[in-house]
Design a protein around this ligand. Structure first.
Ligand code: SF4
Length: 509
């Protein structure tokens, strides 16, 4: 067994982490959303205070690399002024929510509620899903879906997700978050069934199937709010699936995974809500954007942004940005793109900011697939956005072989890495032409496995001396079946189909 380095180190803006290429500053954009001004602020900071490289993490955060103790001091003020400072100082989640373009106001409301709850576990995550975008593969403690008759809370449980309906965001959200914080559990799924029952009853929730959410977006163009209806069809704008993978094989697999993993937990009790929490069928019936405003307005003053008491565990930094997004038009088209192996840089961030202004709503949304979603104003802008993003090296097709490879920064960027994981990942992707993602091969600079915590068809782990420990069907912390030089790994990949990898990499050299 390869010993794994210590986990749990959570860097932020004020508390950077030493790595092989200097200090690493992690930024946690609220909801995963960035305005054009915030993208430029990060780009400027990465150039001025770092080495210009920016990682996009699997939790949709940004990391500025190559910061020095001297340059770090100069990053604090501009990034805090841009609304990207650390938000709490009690070890709780710097960013509580993950959402998409349609639910910015709701994400702000959830963030504000979370900041008022001391003692939340560090990895607590609330995912907000809508008809145009879901996050089926992201491990969340709570899922929120907005429908025509209310708001649905999905509580993570050991056997899936237990869905319940509420009339409004509050007081249910604060009750659930306070209950998790007080439970001592690190994740919602760690609660005992009885604890979850008590929490659901206290929050006044009623068991109910939720409205459907959108699929996890594969790279390409997606008609906003039409992802569900167009599943299995070619683009309504006449594209073939290869060009605009609205519903390629990956999307269908994701949908199947969600059905297997997220059914209403059958043994969960179904408490009736107290009378004052009973759902009013006529109470929430507006389109999602309007619902967002109602939900945000339903926050109690203690939980919302208007709270003047400012508990000591949280910062008084502004939430999000003061730059309001223009309204979405019916022709809005979402572009989902991914950063190859999660690597971005200052120049690319500047270009993203420019694209969002010229073609979209001056915003970009980071995704857990180490990618970004931009909302193009109409079909023409979407076409230009797609072309510019592809030319800049972003992954804009679901069949791009780089999607099949996950890689951490590796050496020399990370001091724990013994192999050039990024450079080797590019060569691996070239060798994997025709192999469709998501992740089939994971290149990890060390056994910590930052880029892909789970198992992959093939995991390559950097070993002292520069060779790779090869783990077929396992994760970076598992014992390797063989230790091979990278050239031997490439040779075996060239001569075997993916379903032969397990045997091929267990054979003697
Ligand atoms: S997995 Fe990669 S990024 Fe993470 S500690 Fe190891 S070498 Fe560094």
């Amino acid at each position: 067994m390869i010993p794994a380095p210590r986990r749990g180190w959570c860097p932020g803006l004020a508390r950077p982490m030493p790595t092989g290429d200097g200090l690493l500053v992690r930024l946690h954009p609220p909801g995963g959303g960035l305005t054009a001004a915030q993208m430029r602020a990060v780009a400027t900071a990465a150039r001025a205070g770092g080495n210009g490289l920016v990682d996009v993490t699997a939790r949709a955060n940004l990391q500025i690399r190559g910061v020095t103790p001297e340059s770090h001091a100069g990053l604090l003020a501009p990034l805090m002024a841009a609304g990207l400072g650390d938000r709490r100082h009690d070890g709780g989640p710097q960013r509580l929510t993950l959402s998409g373009p349609a639910h910015a106001a709701l994400a702000d409301a959830v963030e504000a509620a979370g900041l008022a709850v001391p003692g939340l576990p560090a990895k607590t995550l609330v995912v907000i899903e809508g008809p145009d975008l879901g996050f089926p593969d992201t491990e969340a403690d709570l899922r929120l879906r907005v429908g025509p008759e209310g708001l649905w809370f999905g509580l993570a449980a050991a056997a899936g997700v237990a869905w319940h309906r509420a009339a409004a965001l509050e007081p249910a959200l604060t009750v659930l978050l306070r209950g998790l914080a007080a439970s001592g559990a690190r994740r919602m799924r760690g609660l005992e069934s009885g604890q979850r029952y008590a929490l659901v009853a206290a929050a006044g929730l009623m068991a109910s199937d939720p409205p459907a959410a959108g699929l996890g977006l594969v790279p390409g163009l997606h008609a906003a709010n039409r992802v569900q209806e167009t599943r299995g069809l070619s683009s309504p704008r006449g594209r073939g699936e290869g060009d605009a993978p609205l519903a390629g094989g990956g999307a269908s697999a994701i949908h199947q995974d969600r059905r297997e993993g997220e059914g209403v937990v059958p043994e969960e009790p179904h408490p009736a809500p107290p009378p004052h929490h009973r759902v009013d069928p006529s109470g929430i019936d507006a389109p999602p954007r309007s619902v967002d405003c109602k939900v945000a307005g339903a926050l109690s003053p203690q939980a919302g942004r208007g709270d003047a008491r400012s508990p000591s565990h949280r910062s008084t930094a502004p939430l999000g940005s003061s730059d309001p997004a223009p309204p979405r038009s019916p022709g809005t088209t979402l572009l989902a793109a991914e950063f190859p192996f999660g690597r971005c840089d200052a120049a690319l961030l500047d270009r993203l900011a420019g694209w969002s202004e010229r073609h979209g709503d001056r915003r970009a949304w980071l995704t857990p697939s180490r990618g970004v979603v931009l909302a193009a104003r109409d079909a023409d802008h979407a076409d230009r956005l797609l072309a510019e993003a592809g030319a800049a090296g972003l992954i804009v097709s679901g069949s791009d072989p780089r999607r099949a490879v996950a890689a951490c920064p590796g050496a020399p960027a990370c001091g724990s890495g013994s192999v050039p994981a990024q450079a080797d990942a590019h060569r691996l992707a070239a060798a994997l032409a025709g192999v469709i993602g998501p992740v089939r091969v994971h290149v990890s600079g060390c056994p910590k496995g930052c880029a892909h915590p789970g198992a992959a068809d093939l995991t390559l782990v950097g070993m002292p001396g520069g060779a790779y420990g090869v783990v077929p069907g396992g994760s970076a912390g598992d014992p390797p079946a063989r230790v091979l030089p990278f050239e031997d790994v490439l040779e075996r990949l060239h001569s075997a189909e993916p379903d032969e990898w397990s045997g091929r990499f267990r054979e003697p050299a």
